[in-house]
Design a binder for this molecule. Structure first.
Ligand code: URP
Ligand code: ZN
Ligand code: ZN
Length: 457
């Protein structure tokens, strides 16, 4: 199967030019002007942007959490991702205490196999570290699972102590893996949550009020300090607070390999959403929580000046009906997370590029190239170049879309951006040479995606 994409405006992290792309099999083979080769299909892309497929390195599909399971599985979640211009996800497998990392990997491989419609990889969440687990870390890195998520929050469930965190960091110094950190001070938060509940404060907004920005900043600082002592890079996930960003900026200014991502919810939503009437604030219960509106500009500045290197989604959807309501009388029982896998590219294009907060090249870098580089996928993924996988998005920069749970494809009964109009819509998506979204219609198949063995640093 071959495809010829004609006259599109090809945009990478560094370039923007009008050209043609020839795809043969799963790869991009030729880029040039006025290519005349015969192809099975010619796609006219004049007036459209041609981006490398989006890479979302933070998703939670089919994830058990708080007595329920995230509403999208690998089929519905990856189809929704494709609709939104994402062709690769890196999801999180979870090692529960008493279990091996290999058991977790097998479990998550089974969840994805035959279901994922786009390519996927895994980070491994480690909740218990011992000598055996350290050996397993090495083995997983050799198998292409090259990053690990650790938690400084959720005591008794996911949280690791500093000694375990430090040991895991040291291990990645030997095996070339990368530690991703959920940086919030879980001990402090636990005390504040118990105090709030004892005072009868049960509404969703207390989720945010018991997770102060300084608790995120403290943990971010500690995580970076531990990585500095271990002499390894660190990647802070879902950074939301300006105070935490200051810690990353300070470290980077000192030349440390500290990296961080933020997510669209922290760029477009704010604490005010928790004040919505009734139980509506539960829609936005996620950790870390949404911050004050003034934080948004600080995050955009961090993205523009490379203090933040990636925009991922932390897609972790729970329906309002029957899932978020688990915490109807107690905010601490509301499952943490929100949907976003489908809306990332359009939201960031509309709210970032069109407003002049970031350039078009930086948009591609933040949503595709830089995550590919940090997580061992580049240059196979994350760019448009001969030899790279033909993961390509044809994007109409003028088309408008009104975001709504009814018309989006995520399997969740609300959308945090309900009614928001965005300009800039994914039209056609190619995943390893196959058209999976054709003028807005899904034409791929569940199981069409493959597990990605990622490289070490
Ligand atoms: O609230 C969130 N972020 N839920 C998903 C789990 C995590 O910590 O990423
Ligand atoms: Zn997290
Ligand atoms: Zn997450």
């Amino acid at each position: 199967m071959s495809l010829l994409i004609k006259h599109g405006t090809i945009v990478t992290a560094t370039d923007q030019y009008v050209g043609d792309i020839l795809v043969e099999g799963e790869k991009i083979t030729t880029i040039g002007s006025d290519l005349t080769m015969a192809a099975d299909r010619v796609i006219e892309a004049r007036g459209k942007y041609v981006f490398p497929g989006g890479i979302d390195v933070h998703t939670h599909l089919d994830m058990p959490f708080g007595g329920t399971t995230s509403a999208d599985d690998f089929e519905s979640g990856t189809i929704a991702a494709a609709h939104g211009g994402t062709t690769t996800v890196v999801d999180f497998a979870i090692q529960y205490r008493g279990q091996t990392l290999h058991h977790a990997m097998d479990t998550w491989m089974k969840k994805a196999e035959g279901k994922a419609a786009i390519d996927y990889g895994f980070h491994m969440i480690i909740t218990e570290l011992n000598d055996q687990v350290e050996l397993e870390m090495d083995a997983l890195v050799k198998q292409g699972l090259t990053s690990f998520k650790l938690f400084m929050a959720y005591p008794g469930v996911f949280m690791l102590d500093d000694a375990s965190i430090f040991k895991a960091l040291l291990r990645t110094g030997k095996n070339g893996g990368t530690i991703c950190m959920h940086a919030e001070n879980g001990g402090v938060i636990d005390v504040l949550v118990k105090k709030a509940l004892a005072e009868g404060k049960t509404a969703p907004k207390y989720h945010a009020l018991t997770r102060p920005a300084r608790a995120e900043a403290e943990a971010t600082h500690r995580a970076i300090a531990l990585a500095e002592i271990a002499d390894v890079p660190i990647y802070i996930v879902h950074l939301s607070a300006a105070e935490a960003l200051e810690m990353v900026t300070e470290a980077r200014d000192r030349g440390l390999p500290a990296y961080a991502e933020t997510c669209p919810q922290y760029l477009f939503l704010s604490y005010e959403n928790y004040e919505e009437p009734g139980f509506e604030g539960a829609k936005y219960v996620m950790s870390p929580p949404l911050r004050g509106k003034e934080t948004q500009d600080r995050l955009w500045r961090g993205l523009a000046f490379n203090d933040l290197q990636a925009i991922s989604t932390d897609h972790c959807p729970f329906c309002m009906k029957e899932q978020k309501t688990l915490g109807a009388d107690d905010f601490s029982k509301i499952p943490n997370g929100a949907p976003g896998i489908e809306t990332r590219m359009s939201l960031v294009y509309d709210g970032g590029v069109r407003t002049g907060k970031i350039s078009l090249n930086r948009f591609v870098e933040l949503t595709s190239t830089s995550p590919a580089k940090i997580f061992g996928l580049f240059p196979r993924k994350g760019t448009i170049a001969p030899g790279s996988d033909a993961d390509i998005v044809i994007f109409d920069p003028e088309k408008k879309q009104r975001l709504s749970a009814k018309t989006l494809h995520m399997k969740v009964d609300y959308n945090p951006y309900e009614g928001r109009e965005i300009t800039g819509v994914t039209e056609t998506v190619i995943s390893r040479g196959k058209v999976v979204i054709d003028a807005g219609t899904f034409t791929g198949r569940a199981g069409g995606g493959a597990f990605l063995k990622r490289n070490t640093r």
